[in-house]
Design a protein around this ligand. Structure first.
Ligand SMILES: *[C@@H]1O[C@H](CO)[C@@H](O)[C@H](O)[C@H]1NC(C)=O
Length: 118
């Protein structure tokens, strides 16, 4: 019984630590268009947490489309990559601010894609 509990805990840990940290929000439907796509990469530095803020639209630009979906793909498939989150805006709005955060000492490589509708 105890061994089983330990084993399932290990499995949980393995599943959460050895996977890419993709974030998929919203849904695209027919008629939605690609609004924005960017690849964001940062090297890891020992003891440091690296962060990036991705803003759509880019500062100084204007966007008229409503955001329908945001796909953030973690290109580090072994779980060593960073963690994405939305810090402002998002689905149903006309802007989004996305925060990418590495693990301590690690880097990240994300592809951010934003879909929407005019
Ligand atoms: C980031 O990931 C993409 C997609 O796998 C890859 O093409 C690109 O070379 C990577 N960038 C770096 C700097 O490793």
């Amino acid at each position: 019984m105890r061994a089983l509990a330990v084993l399932s805990l290990l499995c949980l840990f393995a599943a959460s630590s050895c996977q890419s940290h993709d974030l998929v929000l919203g849904q695209t439907t027919y008629g939605d268009v690609l609004l924005y796509k960017i690849n964001e990469y940062k090297y890891g530095f020992p003891f440091f947490v690296r962060t990036s803020i991705i803003e759509y639209p880019e500062p100084g630009r204007y966007n008229f489309a409503y955001i329908k979906a945001i796909h953030i793909k973690d290109n580090d498939h072994d779980g060593s990559g960073g963690y994405p989150s939305i810090s402002a805006g998002g689905i149903g709005q006309r802007f989004a601010k996305i925060k990418l955060k590495s693990q301590r000492g690690g880097g990240f490589n994300f592809t951010v894609t934003v879909y929407g509708r005019y």
